[in-house]
Design a protein around this ligand. Structure first.
Ligand code: FAD
Length: 465
């Protein structure tokens, strides 16, 4: 009898614990469907355009700080209904990371927090009537407008880059790079006689974190995922180049970490060329300054970013880099109620002695999102004295070179190797906002220790070219 009772209590406890875990993982939305007022009915309207690191953080922070207020409505408008978790995008190339875990569902998180969401593209601002214009002539009013439209690749006018190179400015781009490698492997498998070197040569232009990660992911894709499935192709015939214009890769990192990264790339037989500028890209070669040519049909451009060109249509002041000019409170000067953050904004870095602005990174955009949320609330309540000047506090940088190696600098502590790779994974897993993605990605990584992922080209050839 006693045993039965204990068993019953244990089973009951387990059911209750599972119920509590389920509720914790699936928090109820702040408003039930029938009690949520429309955005336009709120007394104070905060409109956020862009649902990435800056915009999403700002919207979420405002909702979190106004849980017990009924006067503030938040609406997020973005052209995608997912939030791209950029630090993991390169991992899609080798299939170490699944696309669905990088595309974080925006609606679920925002609706749960109490905000509204519309998927639409910003086309302009009606400054006089304090409205924004989106697709199909629709308009949305605002009292405060936070702009966080991100960035896009900058090709610096180098001939042929835009036409012939792949880039890395979205999840589809990472998939496109993976599909290109598979496409070349399939093509080469059907070839008879001499195979042109250009087919199996991959040139990554740009030795910053994205370029280094992409080059390493290409190596992993070729040597770990594809090699066993293409026994007729000697994977050592594949050449991967990493081209960098300045005198070293990963300029933002400490020289010790740069050296560790260079050694790792050398071990992966990735040919790094520093102090080398690409002058032209054609369909089958990259021309370097000085006359050297690399025969390659596969070029990936990661060498430059610029603010989103969509901000040019907003009638707002921009700096020489074309970022929206803001004051130290992140407000657009002379445009009361308009704020700009993230990669599309030109933000002064009070701690940079060389006068460089805040860098376009996810950590900076998230910090700006938190700061702008506080300042917008202070402005709504007329608490001018509570407006805070933005101060960027860099937390460090993590760069992964394949699944078992990373170079990390965290709050001044530098470390590299396998432990650093585990840290990279745990740090970014913790930062994924969707609990499903966290669980799925953790499970994928654990499974990957035992089963090599099978990589296929799902899209048709045409769409990848
Ligand atoms: C491949 C890659 C890897 C990176 N890795 C790292 C990293 O490891 N660590 C790090 O700190 N930083 C990293 N970054 C930089 C980082 O991702 C950006 O600095 C950060 O995302 C900037 O945040 P944001 O809000 O300005 O833009 P984003 O996060 O890009 O968000 C832009 C938002 O604007 C929306 N949008 C764009 N145009 C329109 C429009 N016309 N109308 C409506 N909505 C629009 C988009 O849908 C999106 O929701 C990486 C960048 C790239 C490209």
């Amino acid at each position: 009898m006693g045993r039965l009772l204990k068993g019953g209590l244990a089973a009951g406890g387990a059911v209750l614990a599972l119920g509590a875990l389920r509720r914790a993982l699936n928090p109820s939305p702040r408003y039930a469907a029938w009690e949520k007022p429309g955005y336009e009915k709120f007394e104070k309207k905060v409109l956020v355009v862009g649902g990435g690191f800056g915009g999403f953080t700002a919207a979420k922070e405002i909702c979190d700080h106004t849980k017990d207020r009924e006067d503030i409505g938040v609406l997020v408008i973005a052209k995608d209904n997912f939030f791209t978790f950029w630090p993991m995008v390169a991992g899609i190339v080798s299939s170490d990371i699944d696309t669905r875990n990088v595309a974080q569902p925006l609606r679920r998180a925002l609706i749960t927090a109490g905000a509204s969401f519309r998927r639409a593209k910003l086309n302009g601002i009606d400054h006089e009537n304090k409205k924004i214009k989106v697709d199909d002539g629709l308009e949305f009013p605002y009292d405060h407008l936070i702009i966080s439209l991100g960035g896009q690749p900058n090709f610096f006018g180098i001939p042929g880059v835009e036409e012939h190179a792949l880039h890395m400015r979205g999840i589809e781009d990472a998939e496109r790079i993976r599909n290109r490698v598979i496409e070349r492997f399939e093509e080469v498998s059907l070839m008879r006689g001499d195979i042109p070197e250009s087919k199996l040569t991959f040139v990554v232009i740009g030795g910053g974190p994205t370029g280094v990660e992409v080059a390493s992911e290409l190596h992993t894709l070729v040597h770990e995922a594809l090699a066993p499935d293409y026994p007729n192709i000697d994977s050592h015939r594949v050449r991967i180049f990493l081209i960098e214009g300045s005198d070293d890769i990963l300029q933002e990192l400490d020289p010790v970490l740069r050296r560790a990264a260079r050694t790792r790339l050398a071990n992966q037989h990735i040919e790094v060329k520093t102090g080398t500028l690409a002058e032209e890209v054609t369909a089958n070669c990259v021309r370097l300054k000085g006359g050297e040519e690399i025969a390659a049909e596969n070029v990936i451009w990661t060498a430059g970013n610029r603010p989103n060109v969509a901000i040019n249509d907003l009638d707002l002041p921009v700096d020489e880099r074309n970022g929206i000019k803001v004051d130290s409170y992140l407000q657009v000067a002379d445009y009361p109620g308009i704020w700009a953050i993230g990669d599309c904004a030109a933000i002064h870095n009070v701690n940079d002695e060389n006068g460089r602005g805040v860098p376009p990174t996810a950590q900076a955009a998230s910090q700006e999102g938190k700061a702008v949320a506080k300042n917008v609330l202070a402005a709504i309540d007329g608490r001018e004295e509570d407006l805070e000047e933005f101060e960027y506090k860099p937390m460090g940088q993590l760069v992964e070179l394949g699944s078992d190696f990373a170079v990390n600098e965290v709050m001044g502590i530098r470390f590299s190797g396998r432990l650093a790779a585990i840290f990279w994974r745990l740090a970014y897993l913790a930062r994924l906002s969707s609990p499903q993605s966290k669980a799925q990605q953790a499970a994928d990584w654990i499974l990957g220790l035992f089963i090599r992922p099978a990589v296929t080209q799902v899209h048709s050839r045409k769409s990848e070219e």
